[in-house]
Ligand binder design. Structure first.
Ligand SMILES: [Cu+2]
Length: 283
């Protein structure tokens, strides 16, 4: 009898211990996940790195790195600049976060090889929602809808672009991509300048729209939190310029081209394929 009672008590003790353990475990896990969520909903930052190179030669050094195109032309760059805007981050469920979309003053940037530090140009974005991002999209150039906001709607970026030589008159608008350097058959000794951009209002002027949006997969998910600022490292392979989907030959007829003629449409379409995300840093 005594034995039986103490055994019952023992069992009761075990059962109550079990429930206390389960209860405290549940409570603590609830509490910790609540804590995490409360902490993590605050936005964070994201960095995008642009590294311009020739995939077989490495980083481009302005005025130095010489490449030979598929059509056999030697060429180098003395100027290599382009405008990036409308950066969009796409999460694992396909949701999109648009960073100052069609707001050049806050959402457009000039990638200028002359400003590269260790071969890299940095763009720093702030106030990005916590999320796991799988893709990045950006515009090469300025969207027509942004341009049509007028000069007052983008006074800060317009001035920046002017100073950087990435704008014509307001009527002609922005230079989206500016490539200058030397080319030649035996040696690169003839100057070229290819400046791609819309000639103002493309539907009013009936001219091609050279603005392009490019979507890139991230090889590793960018896990952005308040404390983790992912860095998306993009390589741009400038071989696409003359040796891309349309092989191009520089000549007297196109060595000094500005605007949106057929040669510059081809250049733009080639360059649209030059970007890839090489890796993502989550730290
Ligand atoms: Cu990197």
């Amino acid at each position: 009898m005594k034995f039986k009672k103490s055994k019952q008590m023992k069992i009761y003790k075990y059962i109550s211990l079990f429930f206390v353990t389960v209860l405290s475990f549940t409570l603590s896990s609830c509490r910790s996940s609540d804590d995490n969520e409360a902490k993590d909903t605050s936005p964070g930052n994201l960095q995008i790195k642009f590294e311009n190179g020739f995939n077989n030669l490495g980083n481009i050094v302005l005025g130095q790195t010489i490449q030979t195109s598929t059509n056999g032309q030697k060429h180098n760059f003395s100027t290599l600049k382009y405008i990036v805007s409308n950066i969009t981050l796409i999460d694992e469920n396909g949701g999109e976060f648009k960073y100052n979309y069609n707001n050049p003053d806050k959402g457009a940037f000039i990638v200028d090889q002359a400003e590269a530090v260790g071969g890299i140009i940095y763009i720093n974005l702030t106030g990005i929602p916590k999320n796991n991002y799988k893709k990045v999209r950006f515009g090469l150039g300025i969207n027509q809808n942004a341009y049509l906001l007028g000069q007052d709607g983008q006074g800060i970026f317009w001035q920046k672009a002017k100073t950087a030589g990435m704008a014509w008159s307001w009527a002609a608008g922005y230079v989206f991509v500016k490539l200058e350097g030397k080319y030649g058959t035996g040696t690169a000794d003839t100057n070229f300048m290819n400046h791609c951009g819309n000639m103002g209002d493309v539907s009013a002027n009936n001219t091609p729209d050279l603005y392009r949006e490019i979507t890139l997969d991230l090889p590793t998910t960018a896990r952005l939190t308040q404390n983790i600022r992912p860095s998306v490292h993009i390589l741009a392979d400038l071989n696409q310029y003359l040796s891309g989907q349309t092989a191009l030959t520089l000549s007297k007829s196109n060595e000094s081209a500005m605007g949106s003629n057929q040669h510059l449409v081809n250049v733009t379409n080639n360059l649209t394929r030059m970007f890839k995300v090489d890796h993502v840093h989550n730290d």
